[in-house]
Write a protein that binds this ligand. Structure first.
Ligand code: SF4
Length: 410
């Protein structure tokens, strides 16, 4: 498959955005962004938390004196962390999250974490990673956070399945029940629900990624002896089925038993997708690069919903993680990696697709030009994994088409 590689102006959210779903996943962790007021606004508005709530994230704001190198930012940070931990004794893991400003002034957060860990040993674990927009797109924030956790995972030899990537709790519960019925286990998760209950890993661990944007985490796990199970992602009925089948095969489960467990779910999922397929079938889809979920979404929307793929863009194309998805795309699919915003928008305007999947910043201008859009960020905030969610996933794409059709009718 030919891939058009592009580089130029990008239109994506930075990795700080992933704090929104990470802080919900680990209620005993706190994410302290070391950044500017812009970073604080971004995270505050993305998470939509009221000012009087006790959120589990915050921003240590670098003022002008810090940025000009006139103040000792490290001393300020230590003072702020001390105050925070005194007020919030429930915090067990503190993530220090780097930003563009902290990187520009070369504030060494790894050293800061080391220093704070020495002081807080036995009470709070301090971990650092970068969410800066210089280095990351919005889903890569999770990849960076999990990569930072990998060296802290205890060593363990037991044979087990490790699910890697944040799932909605209800979806994860359903998955755990399914794995039990399949006879696959024990099953552990990274990130865990409690930040202190880090799963042990070692040569007996087989990892199944829940999200396609965790390349750096996957490589760090492989360096710990973990085997990565290559599979399409559990989006849509087909992806979910193949994902579970991959795990079952790795654990030596009889394929007839796997089919007996999965068949009813597949039938239910297909029935839930059917009404949305009627709306999506034959419609032309353009995916702009944003989340690295694009190949998996394109596969679902083409194979299960009958959409035509005009172009599938992705910010990075990690072949190790994406090959099982690329294998399922129709031959000749136009794939692009990276972003050159102007050129991509020219291609969108020339193709006049029925639906564009894009970042929030591009949605309104495209809607104003008469093109229906779907925010890609909604796909990481919604529970879309598994056969049971396939109908809801299809609905997310059918809704903007329905809305546009009713506006045209009105
Ligand atoms: S980390 Fe960078 S891109 Fe993200 S909000 Fe802060 S300044 Fe903006």
């Amino acid at each position: 498959m030919e891939v058009l590689k592009e580089s130029g102006q990008r239109e994506v959210f930075c990795g700080l955005t992933s704090i929104v779903w990470l802080h919900r996943r680990m209620p005993d962790a706190f994410f302290l962004v070391v950044g500017s007021r812009t970073c604080a606004h971004l995270i505050q508005s993305a998470a939509g938390v009221m000012i009087f709530a006790e959120p589990r994230f915050g921003t240590a704001i670098l003022g002008e004196r810090d940025l000009a190198g006139l103040a000792d930012a490290n001393a300020e940070l230590d003072r702020l962390v001390t105050d925070l931990l005194a007020r919030r004794p429930e915090i067990r893991t503190l993530f220090l999250v780097g930003s563009c400003p902290s990187e520009v002034i070369k504030l060494d957060l790894a050293k800061a974490a080391e220093r704070l860990n020495e002081r807080l040993v036995g009470r709070v674990r301090v971990v650092n990673y970068s969410g800066s927009g210089i280095e990351t797109t919005f889903t890569q924030g999770e990849d960076q956070a999990l990569t930072a956790l990998v060296p802290l995972l205890p060593a363990g030899d037991q044979r087990q399945l490790l699910l890697v990537g944040t799932l909605a709790d209800a979806v994860e519960d359903r998955f755990l029940t399914l794995f039990e019925r399949l006879g696959v286990g024990p099953v552990l998760s990274l990130p865990p629900r409690r930040s202190t209950e880090l799963p042990p890993v070692g040569p007996g661990t087989q990892a199944l990624l829940c999200q396609p944007f965790l390349g750096s985490t996957a490589r760090a796990l492989q360096a710990r002896g973990v085997t990565l199970l290559p599979a399409p992602y559990p989006l849509g009925v087909e992806g979910s089925r193949r994902w579970f089948e991959t795990a079952a095969a790795a654990f030596g489960i009889d394929p007839a038993h796997t089919a007996a467990v999965l068949d009813p779910l597949v039938a239910r999922g297909q029935a839930a997708v059917a009404p949305h397929r009627r709306q999506l079938e034959g419609k032309r889809l353009f995916l702009l690069p944003d989340s690295q979920m694009e190949p998996a979404l394109a596969r679902f929307l083409h194979r299960e919903c009958g959409m035509e793929l005009v172009e599938v863009g992705t910010p990075y194309l990690d072949r190790t993680l994406q090959q099982p998805e690329l294998d399922l795309l129709p031959p000749g699919t136009a794939l692009s990696e990276g972003q050159h915003l102007e050129r991509q928008l020219e291609r969108v305007r020339a193709a006049r697709p029925d639906l564009v999947v894009c970042g929030m910043g591009l949605a309104n201008p495209l809607e104003a030009e008469g093109i229906a859009t779907k925010w890609s960020i909604e796909l990481v905030f919604s529970p879309i994994h598994g056969c049971d969610q396939a109908g809801d996933l299809a609905e997310l794409f059918a809704r903007p088409l329905r809305r546009r059709a009713s506006l045209a009718f009105a």
